[in-house]
Design a protein around this ligand. Structure first.
Ligand SMILES: Cc1cc2nc3c(=O)[nH]c(=O)nc-3n(C[C@H](O)[C@H](O)[C@H](O)COP(=O)(O)O)c2cc1C
Ligand SMILES: [Mn+2]
Length: 484
């Protein structure tokens, strides 16, 4: 059974020791963000702030699918969000995700839901009535959207897109966001609505059941309604209700819904913000403006957030895992004999590890080309290909393969001038960052060359390879007797 709402998921987290109810009075101005960041960096349970300065009756939640410091449970919050056992590893989560994704389930429209318990329209709208945090020192404002979904509709098809795009409060009824062309919302806005001077309706969904934000932050194919894939991963349809002022559907149990329009041909300074790359990566700059027409919320609502920054936070962990699954799916569609794809969360989604059989010469290049050509590969600046005897999810093994099988000249291939995501990429020249210019991709081929004779491939010097099987068993059986 999928979680009906965020509150049911929080009960599960609490049962498993993955939630802390913070009863002490906490300031929305930096204190909650500071606590959330430290809790994230330490792998502490997700903090639910129940007593926020100036905002009695409102709550704030962070790190709902962040990393856990409990043994063998690094991915447990993400696994539990998917109804899997807490000990599941990323490779199990990836395979389960791809299995479920085969069967999309459309949402079900219901007449009403708790997200309508409080309705504010037009002049009643006031974003500052919500406990919107200033998350990091140096942030350019209060960020209301850092773990959420923004729904928008394509101008000439029935494609509805749900994506996670940060939202900063400008004043009581306007917000700013990073809306850039490679993203689905950006393509809709820049290439369809704005040239015709048309406002683009949106609905920001905050505090939905846990799959919604995870998949909204992930690269689901263009033209696909994320709602249907969320249904697939839940193995149950999402229940949705109609918005009050825009023609969009939102989860009936969402904690907070903000409706309105992205205004064409208007820009206002937005940011900066502590970002997923682990830096305050870009300066304040003019960005699109979202005008709010309505806010609806549950009683005693929970505003969700992510204290993004130095890895690993919930974005790096959960979204990177779905990202890896999407790339694995792409490679399998090419009928490549790929075993696993892993995006190490420490690499902020910029590095992809692929383990594979090698069916023909220079196969690693074929893999890198396929990744760079795929929509899910837009952040895959570093591609590492290893043989399938290496566990792609084990960075100790990957590093060993890297330094022993990747020839420093023969096996490193740089693709110059390739597009890079705009605004946030730290390694670019400052002048290039805003539009993502002068980027590059690199492939590290850490596989044995195809043409080498079998006997020329060095033998792995490990306990499980170099000793006779019977002796291995006997050593294992006598382990305690040796004094260990
Ligand atoms: C915490 C978090 C914040 C994000 N903020 C933004 C953002 O402000 N702008 C953006 O373009 N992408 C942002 N992303 C990445 C997008 O959500 C991601 O690329 C997703 O695929 C976008 O949806 P789409 O594929 O439907 O465009 C963020 C991701 C996470 C996990
Ligand atoms: Mn999308």
């Amino acid at each position: 059974m999928a979680f009906l709402d965020l509150r049911e998921f929080l009960e599960k987290l609490e049962e498993e020791g993955e939630l802390v109810r913070v009863k002490k009075l906490v300031d929305w101005n930096l204190e909650a963000g500071g606590i959330a960041r430290r809790a994230t960096e330490l792998g502490e349970p997700a903090p639910l702030f129940e007593n926020i300065k100036d905002y009695p009756g409102y709550r704030l939640l962070s790190a709902q699918v962040g990393p856990s410091n409990k043994e063998n449970r690094y991915y447990c919050r993400m696994a539990m969000a998917m109804g899997m056992k807490p000990e599941s590893g990323p490779d199990e989560i990836i395979e389960e995700y791809l299995e479920r994704k085969k069967f999309p389930i459309k949402p079900v429209l219901v007449p009403e839901g708790p997200c309508k318990e409080n309705v504010f329209i037009g002049d009643e709208v006031d974003l500052e009535k919500l406990p919107v945090p200033i998350i990091h020192g140096g942030d350019g404002g209060r960020f209301i959207g850092s773990w959420h979904a923004v729904a928008t509709k394509d101008l000439d098809t029935d494609w509805v897109n749900w994506g996670m795009y940060r939202l900063m409060v400008h004043d009581k009824n306007t917000m700013g966001s990073v809306i850039v062309p490679p993203q689905h919302i950006g393509r809709m806005f820049f290439q369809k609505y704005e040239p015709k001077n048309l406002p683009m309706e949106f609905a920001a969904i905050i505090g939905a059941e846990p799959i919604t934000p995870m998949l909204s932050g992930s690269p689901i194919a263009a033209g696909v309604n994320e709602m249907d894939i969320i249904g697939a991963i839940r193995k149950e349809p999402l229940q949705v209700v109609k918005c009050e002022t825009v023609d969009l559907l939102v989860p009936a149990t969402a904690e907070i819904v903000i409706e309105g329009e992205v205004v064409p041909n208007m820009r206002k300074d937005e940011g900066p913000f502590g970002e997923y790359v682990g830096y305050r990566a870009s300066k304040r700059s003019p960005k699109p403006v979202l005008k709010v027409k309505a806010i609806t919320h549950r009683n005693n609502p929970i505003l969700t957030m992510c204290a993004l920054g130095v890895p690993v936070d919930e974005g790096h962990l959960s979204v990177a895992t779905i990202w890896a699954a999407e790339i694995l799916e792409t490679l399998r569609k090419h009928e490549f004999p790929v075993k696993m794809v892993f995006i190490p969360p420490e690499g902020v989604t910029h590095m992809v590890i692929v383990s594979t059989k090698i069916p023909y010469p220079n196969f690693a290049k074929r893999i890198a080309d396929a990744i760079w050509a795929s929509p899910a590969g837009i952040f895959s600046y570093y591609v590492v290909v290893v043989d399938d005897d290496v566990d792609a999810t084990n960075m100790d093994e990957v590093l060993w393969a890297f330094t022993t099988r990747c020839h420093p000249k023969r096996d490193i291939f740089v693709q110059e001038g390739s597009p890079v995501y705009p605004i946030l990429i730290p390694f670019l020249e400052p002048k290039d960052r805003l539009i993502g210019d002068n980027g590059a991709n690199v492939l590290f081929d850490c596989t044995w060359p195809y043409h080498w004779d079998k006997e020329d491939i060095p033998t792995k010097a490990s306990f499980d390879v170099l000793w006779p099987k019977e002796l291995q068993e006997s050593i294992i059986n006598n382990w305690k007797e040796y004094g260990f």
